[in-house]
Design a protein around this ligand. Structure first.
Ligand code: AKB
Length: 330
């Protein structure tokens, strides 16, 4: 197992709850399959429906339903929600920061129109809806060290703009219609499954390249500090937050994080395990994005309101990633 599902499950399993039926969109991205594994363990295989527009490969998928779902097809989604009696929607479909800048019209469709569809469906069918947001929802005018839960946002990427839009729309639907909208702003998530098209992805790529070739060319400068979190903590936060009773939530959107480091700090930690790792730096346009993002994320509100705590610091994350990547990809 890449993610320690048993441990996360033991930490947060909420026993008294009615079993929800859950639809996950964008299920073949970085978070979807691991999230499905965790939720299936709690709620049963048949009750978690993973979906995407991509055809899955066999490796990595657990048993349990996988279906085609296009978030731009409103009627198609209605049909799925009715046929599968969905109660909760976890909406992962999105173009990330770097890839969004390469195709802005597509990012507008997927990230903004897609959000319009799922939130309206959640209202019509009275679903609990979880949408991830990001450190990318902040911009150059935001305080960067630390970045509090409520502050100036004004991001400069289409990804960030779409996520601020999602946060505000969700809060609006909550206040106007009583929608159970829940949103966590994640930092860079580090997992052995490769993510696609983010600015924080160097912190994943270095493990794959480092273990395979002992060389890595980093597209960010050595001192670029960004908030990060290991996948186990990301899923633990999601699971704990999804199950938190409504009365515990003083807001619908929370910052969560685990650590902050620079490329140089990460590489030095990895070199303790792979001493012959050779790193060089060639910053590209992703540096401009990183320069506008939080360096240290203040998640004290989540820690206070629903007892968020992380387990993985830099040292522990590096050990776990080396093990995951070696076992599953080398
Ligand atoms: C990205 O880099 O775009 C994402 C994120 C921080 O939201 N990983």
């Amino acid at each position: 197992e890449v993610v320690d599902i048993n441990k996360i499950h033991k930490r947060f399993c909420n026993k008294g709850l009615k079993t929800p039926r859950i639809l996950i969109t964008g299920g073949l991205g970085q978070l979807g399959t691991e999230c499905a594994k965790l939720l299936r363990k709690s709620y049963g295989e048949e009750n978690v429906i993973l979906s995407d527009i991509i055809k899955p490969t066999d490796n990595g998928l657990t048993n349990g339903p996988f279906i085609f779902a296009d978030i731009l097809d409103f009627k198609g989604l209605q049909k799925i929600i009715v046929n599968y009696r969905i109660d909760w929607l976890i909406h992962f479909s999105a173009l990330l920061s770097a890839v969004g800048e390469q195709n802005v019209p597509l990012a507008v469709r997927v990230n903004i129109e897609g959000m319009h569809n799922v939130i309206e469906l959640a209202r019509q069918y009275n679903l609990r809806i979880f949408v991830p947001s990001t450190i990318g929802a902040f911009g150059p005018d935001s305080p960067r060290n630390p970045t509090p839960n409520i502050t100036i946002q004004r991001p400069r990427t289409i990804y960030g703009v779409s996520k601020v839009h999602a946060e505000l729309l969700g809060e609006y639907y909550h206040h106007k219609f009583g929608l159970d909208f829940r949103c966590l702003r994640f930092p860079g998530v580090i997992s052995s499954d490769p993510p696609g098209g983010g600015t924080t992805d160097y912190a994943v790529a270095v493990f794959h390249e480092g273990l395979l070739r002992k060389r890595y060319k980093c597209y960010l400068e050595p001192h670029t500090r960004l908030p990060m979190m290991y996948i186990d903590d990301c899923l633990a936060a999601l699971f704990q937050f999804l199950n938190a009773p409504n009365e515990r939530l003083r807001r619908r959107v929370y910052n969560v994080t685990a650590m902050s480091f620079t490329p140089e700090e990460l590489f030095n930690e990895i070199k303790k395990h792979i001493p012959d790792l050779h790193v060089s730096y060639k910053p590209d346009s992703r540096q401009n994005i990183a320069n506008t993002w939080p360096q240290v994320f203040d998640d004290s509100e989540a820690r206070k309101d629903w007892n968020w705590t992380h387990e993985f610091n830099l040292e522990k994350m590096v050990i776990s990633m080396i093990q995951d990547v070696s076992e599953n990809f080398i």
